[in-house]
Write a protein that binds this ligand. Structure first.
Ligand code: BEZ
Ligand code: FE
Length: 310
C-alpha cells in the first residue's frame, strides 16, 4: 500500500501474522505505559491518559503502523502547528473532519426532551461581536441575500426564556467569514437578547455552502482521501441563559443541494434543517425595510434550551 504521503506501508486489510512472542512484547509495552500513569494525582486525567494509551497502541498495532507512516503523522501535526495562529486553527479543523468534534458534542449534550440539538462550533466564533437591537442587521459590508431570521427561546417545559443571549455568526456569499479577510473589521456576526416573551429577530444573510480552509494539511488529507471540503449552508447560533445548558448549534437550509452531498464535518442533524422561504423582489419585509430590487428570504427557528442540571 502507498499511503497518502507517498510512503510505503502495510495494507491493514491483510491480516498480519504475529508470533506469540511478538504479541507478548507489544502488549507488555502497552501495559507498562498504562501503568506509568497510575500515580496521576488527578483521577480524571489518569482515566483519560490510560484509555488514550490503550486506544493509541491498539490503533498502531491494528494497522501495523510503519515507521515512515509514524513520521508522516508527526510531519502532518507539525504542519498543522505551523499554520495555526490567532486566525487559523488547523487542529480544530482536523478534529472536525475526523468527526471527533461531533462525537465530543454528542457525548457532552445528552438528549433532553425537546431540547434543540447541538452541532459543531467551528473555528470562526470570535469574542466581542457587536450588540444588535432586536430586528437589527448582522451583515453590513458582507455580501449576500438578506434573510429575516426570527424565533423564540424556551425551556424544555415550554416556558419562554427572556434575556437569553444569542450569538450568531455566518459566512458571506463568497463563503468567507470576516476573520478570513485581512484587517480587524467584524461583519456577519452579532449578539442580541431575547425579549420578555423569549422572542428574537434579526437580519442575516441567506447562507450558502462553502469550503472549510483547505490550503493546509487538513485540506491535503481530504484530497488524499477523496473527500470534499464543503460544508452545507448554515447559520451559527450560540445561546446562553442562566440555569440552562449553553447551546451551540446551526440551522441548515432545507433547499441546499449540498445536504444530499454531505457536510465535511458531519454537523448536519435532521432536526436542524429549516426552510428558508425565498421571497421575490418587492415582497414587503416584516419590519418595513426597503430592499429595493433585491430578493430576500425568511426562516423561523424556535430554540429549546436543556436545563443545566436535571
Ligand atoms: C464552520 O462552520 O464555521 C466550520 C466548522 C468546522 C470547520 C470549519 C468551519
Ligand atoms: Fe460555519
Amino acid at each position: 500500500m502507498v499511503s497518502w504521503d507517498g510512503s510505503q506501508g502495510n495494507d491493514a486489510a491483510e491480516e498480519p501474522t504475529i508470533s506469540a512472542e511478538q504479541e507478548r512484547r507489544e502488549r507488555e509495552l502497552t501495559e507498562r505505559v498504562v501503568d506509568s500513569f497510575e500515580g496521576t494525582p488527578d483521577p480524571r486525567l489518569r482515566v483519560v491518559m490510560q484509555a488514550l494509551t490503550r486506544h493509541l497502541h491498539a490503533f498502531i498495532r491494528e494497522v501495523r503502523l510503519s515507521e515512515q507512516e509514524w513520521q508522516a503523522g508527526i510531519e502532518f501535526l507539525t504542519r498543522a502547528g505551523h499554520i495555526t495562529d490567532d486566525r487559523r486553527q488547523e487542529f480544530i479543523l482536523l478534529s472536525d473532519v475526523l468527526g471527533a468534534s461531533m462525537q465530543t458534542i454528542a457525548v457532552a449534550n445528552p438528549a433532553q426532551g425537546a431540547a434543540t440539538e447541538a452541532t459543531v462550533f467551528g473555528p470562526f466564533f470570535v469574542e466581542g461581536s457587536p450588540h444588535i437591537a432586536l430586528g437589527g442587521r448582522i451583515a453590513h459590508a458582507a455580501a449576500g441575500e438578506p434573510c429575516w431570521v426570527s424565533g423564540t427561546v424556551s425551556g424544555t417545559d415550554g416556558t419562554p426564556v427572556a434575556g437569553a443571549r444569542i450569538e450568531v455568526w455566518q459566512a458571506d456569499a463568497e463563503g468567507f467569514y470576516d476573520v478570513q479577510y485581512p484587517g480587524e473589521h467584524l461583519d456577519g456576526r452579532g449578539h442580541m437578547f431575547t425579549d420578555s416573551e423569549g422572542a428574537y429577530r434579526f437580519w442575516g444573510l441567506t447562507p450558502t455552502p462553502y469550503p472549510i480552509p483547505h490550503d493546509g494539511p487538513v485540506g491535503d488529507l481530504l484530497e488524499a482521501t477523496g473527500r470534499s471540503p464543503v460544508r452545507a449552508a448554515h447559520l451559527h447560533f450560540m445561546v446562553t441563559a442562566p440555569g440552562h445548558r449553553t447551546l451551540v448549534t446551526h440551522i441548515f437550509d432545507a433547499d441546499d443541494p449540498q445536504l444530499a452531498l454531505g457536510d465535511c464535518v458531519f454537523g448536519v442533524k435532521d432536526s436542524l434543517i429549516e426552510r428558508f422561504d425565498r421571497q421575490p423582489a418587492g415582497t414587503p419585509t416584516p419590519d418595513g425595510r426597503d430592499l429595493g430590487d433585491n430578493t430576500w428570504s425568511r426562516v423561523h427557528f424556535d430554540i429549546v434550551l436543556a436545563a443545566e442540571h436535571l
